[in-house]
Write a protein that binds this ligand. Structure first.
Ligand code: ZN
Length: 438
């Protein structure tokens, strides 16, 4: 509306100017050589305006004709892009539907239309992989690696493949390259941590797991495993301490720390370490280490008393006190400890076998002795088995804690299992359980 008003005003002004010029009169003179042309001013102005419009029209038409091939090219590539995008979408749908052959056909079409872009290469690789053609998939990933914008995607695909093939040296090289291509990528970090576990590079696995992500037990196990690999004593010692502080209930860490302290000439500190560990979570290996060099039977009783002082009522404490007292011939003392243990209901097979030994000492080859032996042996058969180091993956029993189960190759699954304490813990009352929480 506003524009129409303006147009009307302009038109009126034009008409008024034309009339005014006509009234004014006047002539424009053009002289070429001897020839003079005289035309009225209004006609001259009209000729100028018409000339301008015609010239503008000619120039516009020329420009339009010159740009025609480029426009046709642009239209064609636009059409190709549209068709290519549609083919990519169809390939994605085929991949999602699990029909790799159709996905391969569509992605080949898309590649023909769009060329080798990171998208088409990645989809090619995924389709080939789904079709079980790993070599073709890797070829697409290698093409991606050569591109600056697709390098990480390509490395990721190749790394995944290398890990599937369990080609660890290649996987490690690719992980390093991926890290360089995309520093700080969470995925690379997680893959490198998994790789470190697979290649048993515990130190790397420990370094790659962010604090707070691992449970105390996992961190303790990794740190202790790293300490076992570490050739430098100072570093190994600090890793052992790290393991113990990550999980004070992890007996192998306490044993390692105490062993090193004893080797460094501090047997007193070693004993304190073992005592502290026993107070937190008693474990027969701690007692073995604590009583280790002591040969005298009475001195062993004293040592057992010192070790168990702060966790006196624990089944493991009663068991070690009863056994050492029995070995020293203190049968009254042994009977008191073992009977309390047996009547508490938290005894495992070891306590009943100790009762067999005790009655053999006290009653000898009498009829009462034989009856007692039979009774305790029956009770032992019905009692929970003694706890042991066992792989939770394959069930293999191990003489001691190891970072990896050599039977099934699973890292970090050997745990202290079984015994009454495990049953008690399973029932939800984990007070001072023999089995450290995992
Ligand atoms: Zn195993």
């Amino acid at each position: 509306m506003l524009r129409a008003i303006w147009l009307l005003i302009l038109l009126a002004l034009g008409v008024w100017a034309a009339l005014f010029l006509r009234q004014m009169g006047g002539i424009v003179e053009i002289s070429v050589g001897q020839t003079f042309i005289g035309i009225p001013v209004w006609l001259g102005l009209l000729a100028l305006v018409v000339g301008f419009v015609v010239l503008h029209g000619i120039l516009s038409a020329w420009k339009s004709i010159r740009g025609l091939p480029a426009r046709m090219r642009a239209r064609r590539s636009e059409r190709q892009r549209r068709d290519g995008d549609a083919a990519v979408t169809r390939a994605l749908v085929a991949l999602a539907a699990g029909t790799p052959d159709q996905a391969r056909t569509e992605i080949r079409r898309a590649r023909g239309l769009l060329g080798d872009t990171p998208h088409t290469l990645l989809l090619t690789a995924e389709a080939e992989r789904m079709a079980g053609r790993d070599e073709a998939a890797n070829e697409a990933f290698r093409a991606l690696v050569k591109r600056e914008d697709g390098k990480f995607l390509g490395l990721r695909g190749l790394l995944r493949d290398a890990m599937q093939r369990e080609d660890w040296p290649t996987a490690q090289r690719l992980a390093r390259e991926a890290e360089a291509a995309q520093p700080g990528a969470q995925w690379v970090k997680a893959e490198r941590a998994a790789l470190a576990l697979r290649t048993r590079d515990w130190r790397e696995a420990l370094a790659l797991s962010p604090p707070g992500q691992l449970s105390g037990r996992r961190r303790a196990a990794l740190a202790l495993a790293a300490a076992m690999q570490e050739p430098e004593p100072a570093k190994a010692a600090s890793l052992e301490k790290e393991a113990l502080s990550a999980d004070p209930r992890f007996a192998p860490a306490a044993l390692a720390v105490a062993k090193r302290q004893a080797a460094e000439g501090s047997p007193r500190r070693a004993k304190t370490t073992l005592q502290t560990a026993w107070t937190v979570a008693p474990h027969p290996d701690l007692a073995t280490a604590y009583l280790g060099e002591e040969k005298d039977a009475l001195a062993r009783v004293k040592a057992a008393e010192a070790l168990t002082h702060d966790n006196r009522a624990h089944p493991e404490s009663r068991l070690i006190l009863g056994r050492t007292a029995l070995a020293a011939g203190l049968t009254g003392r042994a009977r008191a400890e073992l009977e309390t243990l047996v009547s508490s209901g938290s005894a495992d097979r070891r306590a009943y076998l100790a009762m067999v030994d005790m009655d053999a000492v006290e009653l000898g080859e009498s009829a009462a002795g034989r009856a007692a032996e039979a009774k305790w042996l029956r009770a032992a058969a019905a009692a929970p088995p003694e706890p042991r180091w066992q792989c939770l993956s394959c069930g293999t029993e191990h003489g001691r804690w190891e970072p990896v189960c050599e039977s099934c190759g699973t890292p970090g699954r050997i745990e202290w299992t079984g015994g009454r304490a495990a049953l008690v813990e399973g029932a939800g009352t984990p007070k001072d359980g023999t089995v450290a929480a995992t």
